[in-house]
Design a protein around this ligand. Sequence first.
Ligand SMILES: Nc1ncnc2c1ncn2[C@@H]1O[C@H](COP(=O)(O)OP(=O)(O)OP(=O)(O)O)[C@@H](O)[C@H]1O
Ligand SMILES: O=C(O)[C@H](O)[C@@H](O)[C@H](O)[C@H](O)CO
Length: 253
Amino acid sequence: MKLKSATWVPQVWKWTKWRRSRSAAVGCCRRRLQLTTPLSLTREPVESESRRRSAMAGSDPLVARPGLAIVIMGVSGCGKSTVAALLAEALGCSFIEADDYHSQANKAKMSKGIPLSDADRTPWLESLRDAIRDRLDGGEDVAVSCSALQLKYREILRAADKSYQPGYYAACRVKFVCLRASAEVITDRMQRRSSEGKHFMPASLLQSQLDLLQIDAAEGITEVDATMRAGDIVRDTIAQFREELASTVSPCF
Ligand SMILES: Nc1ncnc2c1ncn2[C@@H]1O[C@H](COP(=O)(O)OP(=O)(O)OP(=O)(O)O)[C@@H](O)[C@H]1O
Ligand SMILES: O=C(O)[C@H](O)[C@@H](O)[C@H](O)[C@H](O)CO
C-alpha cells in the first residue's frame, strides 16, 4: 500500500512522540518502583542478585514475587531451630523462632514438665501467625521454627497468608517441612542440650509431643530425616521451594 506523504509524516511523528512519552513514563515508573518496592528486609545485594537472576531467566525483574514462609516443624529437639536459622541465613531472609513468642507462663509450664494445652497454644500460634503475616505482606520470605504438631495448629499459621482458603494447602504461601527422627535420637539430643543448660524443655515431655504429632496426607508435607546434616536439609528444602521463593540463595549453598 502506498502512503501519501501528507498523511504519513504526521502519523509517524505522532507515533514517535507517543513512544517517547510512553518510554519516559515507563522509565519513571520503573525508577519509582525500584525506590519504593519493599526490599527483602536484609540486604540490597540479595535484591540485586534476585533482579539479575530474574533478568537472566527472562522474567520482568520488577514484578515482585510474594513472600514465602517455610516452617520447619516437628517435636521438641528434632532440630527445628538449628535448621530454620541456617535456612534463613542461606536465603538472606528473617528467622522467626517460635519459642520467643511463648508467654512466661507457657515456658514455666513446660520447664516443670507439664505439656501445653490447646488453650495455652492458641494465643501463641496467633501471635506467630501475625508475625509471619507481617513478613509475607512485605513481600519477604521468612524461615520459621515451630513445632506445629497438629493440623489445627498449622491452619492457624497458614492463615498468615491472607488469601489462604482452608484446605487449599498447595496454594498457601505458608509451607511446612517436618523433621523426623527416632525417640532415642531425639531424647539423646534433648538430654545433652538440657545438661548443657541450653534449653527449658525437658526430655520428659518428648512422648507427649510424639503423641500429638499428626500430619494429614492431603497436606503434602515433606518429611525429612532429622539425622541428616542440617546443611543438607537446608539445601534440599531450598531445592524443593526454589520456584516459590522470592529470595535468592547465598552462594555458599
Ligand atoms: N541435624 C542435626 N544433627 C545433629 N544434631 C543436631 C541436628 N540438628 C540439631 N541438632 C542438635 O540437637 C539439639 C536440638 O536441636 P534444636 O534446638 O535445633 O531442636 P528444636 O527442634 O528446635 O528443639 P525445641 O523445639 O525444643 O526448641 C541441639 O543440641 C542441636 O545442636
Ligand atoms: O507445641 C508445643 O508443645 C510447644 O510449644 C513446644 O513444641 C515448644 O515450643 C518447643 O518445641 C520447645 O522448645
